[in-house]
Design a protein around this ligand. Structure first.
Ligand code: HEC
Length: 133
């Protein structure tokens, strides 16, 4: 009897964990932003003068191939602890919400997966090379 109770308890706990994992795969981008980005960039993407750039207006960077790659490979984006598909949705949402423009075409999971494999080490130099204010 005791063994059966333990097995039932284990099932319950494991079942709950599986449900949580599923939930994170379908987490809305606005929640992902709060969890993974807002601590540095602020709840409204306003940034912190002198330390963290604003996310307002960054869609102008997404209009060139180099800019698209840059946005997806800055360390805070590339190393976010979420999968490629969730990160693609999150970045598309950030661009639309804080910068008023969904990138064309929107980031795909495959594109994000390629860019994030090599996070930028020298962010300042990469940003300057884009020559976009
Ligand atoms: C630990 C703090 C931190 C976190 C967390 C963080 N970032 Fe950043 N982010 C920065 C800093 C600092 C920079 C400036 C470049 C650098 O030094 O990496 C930056 C740069 C950027 C840029 C480039 C902006 C520009 O104008 O050059 C984008 C876009 C961006 N972050 C988006 C995000 C998103 C989306 C997330 C969440 C998935 C995120 N960041 C998480 C600190 C952070």
């Amino acid at each position: 009897m005791k063994g059966r109770c333990l097995a039932a308890a284990a099932l319950l706990i494991c079942g709950t964990q599986a449900a949580d994992a599923d939930e994170s795969r379908t987490r809305p981008p606005e929640e992902g932003y709060v969890l993974h980005c807002s601590g540095c960039h602020g709840l409204s993407g306003e940034g912190v003068p002198g330390t963290t750039p604003t996310l307002h207006g960054i869609s102008r960077l997404a209009s060139t191939p180099a800019g698209r790659a840059y946005l997806a490979s800055v360390p805070g984006v590339a190393q976010a602890p979420i999968g490629d598909a969730e990160l693609a949705r999150l970045l598309n949402w950030v661009l639309k919400t804080f910068s008023d423009a969904t990138p064309v075409p929107p980031y795909s999971a495959i594109e994000i997966g390629t860019f994030r494999r090599e996070p930028l080490r020298s962010t300042g130099a990469a940003r300057a090379a884009l020559a976009v204010p």
